[in-house]
Design a protein around this ligand. Structure first.
Ligand code: FO1
Length: 334
């Protein structure tokens, strides 16, 4: 068994087309939930869903979120109503009181569904409605995610990092905002003052996650701050990583990031916006997979390959390098 940490698109891209190397049933994915939001009463879990949709063969691989070919009839109607009503669009947070008195799992990231600022496709929305309904019936997010995996024909154990709420809040010059407001609505433009993983001190990884972290761990080429940061902000999660072999794939070539706001987030967290910064952010990593053009020298073993991901076949190539890195550090891959 080898466990992958999944935040953003890094690990779904890495595992796409790599089933022959890492069989899905023996390769759990532990997913970030700091990006989750409640929108109009429905819990949206982007990183869990990108993994589920990718493995279920329905992911929109242009955007790497949402369902391929999905319609947006409900989303458009929501916006028509808001326009006709003269309601201001953009993120509409529920009241401060509602942020902590509603569904516990959605704490600190509860938005009204009016003029929803994230585009939810119709089939995608059906997933959020089902997930929220199952939660309201009393199941945990871990149980609900397993049920959705069954419904979508996914063999991989897809594990939320925690059944407790953790919300990624970006403190900016324009005030604090949830990661989705920062990323989707503000296009990562505000100047960042600091990043907070609200709830992480009280949150714990699930038993299923702790079991999965007994195996060697692979961190895909994710953004270390908001994709992996919420996981390692939990003490027991970080401790578990310190006592198991860990291989990380850099999302950079030197100081050039493949995609997303990783550079800006690393800088705001006091790290170098580069592979060096990724290695600093992962002191528990035992080896790294870097791009062949990345000349960075590190104090830990490196395996190099072309790390560009996104087309079929890329995942298998990079996963071969991951297995080499695991062998280099003597990890037992049963
Ligand atoms: N990203 C966008 O840039 N715009 C959107 O409207 C948007 C909607 C959305 C809906 C469901 C979902 O699961 C993901 C969605 N994303 C959207 C992606 C998401 O913001 C981020 O890419 C992830 O949180 C980063 O992992």
């Amino acid at each position: 068994m080898v466990t992958f940490l999944a935040g953003g698109t890094g690990t779904p891209k890495l595992l796409w087309g790599a089933d022959d190397i890492f069989g899905p049933t023996e390769t759990p994915a532990v997913c970030n939930t700091g990006d989750d939001v409640e929108m109009g009463g429905h819990l949206v879990c982007p990183d869990i869903d990108t993994t589920l949709f990718s493995d279920g063969g329905i992911l929109d691989r242009e955007t790497w979120w949402g369902i391929e070919g999905d319609s947006t009839t409900t989303h458009e109607e929501i916006h028509t109503l808001a326009d006709e009503a003269g309601v201001e669009s953009g993120p509409r947070y529920l009241s401060d009181e509602a942020q902590t008195s509603g569904r516990r799992l959605a704490r600190w990231r509860r938005f009204s569904g009016v003029a929803e600022f994230m585009q939810l496709g119709d089939r995608d929305r059906a997933v959020h409605i089902t997930r929220t309904g199952l939660l309201d019936e009393g199941r945990t997010l871990t149980e609900v995610t397993a049920t959705l995996a069954t419904a979508l024909g996914v063999d991989r154990p897809v594990l939320p990092m925690s059944d407790d709420p953790v919300a990624t809040i970006i403190h900016t010059e324009d005030g604090p905002m949830h990661f989705q407001e920062f990323w989707v609505h503000r296009r990562a433009e505000p100047v960042i003052e600091r990043i907070e993983f609200r709830g992480a001190n009280e949150a714990a990884p699930t038993e299923a996650v702790l079991d999965a972290l007994d195996a060697p761990v692979v961190i895909g080429p994710s953004n270390p701050v908001t994709s992996i940061g919420p996981m390692i902000a939990m003490d027991t999660f970080r401790t578990a990583l310190e006592s198991t072999p860990v291989v990380a794939v850099s999302p950079f070539i030197g100081d050039q990031v493949f995609s997303g706001p990783a550079g800006k987030l690393l800088t705001a967290s006091g790290y170098d916006a580069s592979t060096v910064g990724v290695a600093e952010a992962y002191p528990f990593a035992d080896a790294f997979v870097l791009d062949t053009e990345d000349e960075t020298k590190l104090d830990r073993p490196i395996v190099r390959t072309d790390t560009e991901l996104g087309s079929p076949g890329d995942g298998a190539r990079v996963c071969h390098a991951v297995t080499e890195a695991l062998e280099t550090i003597g990890a037992e891959v049963s």
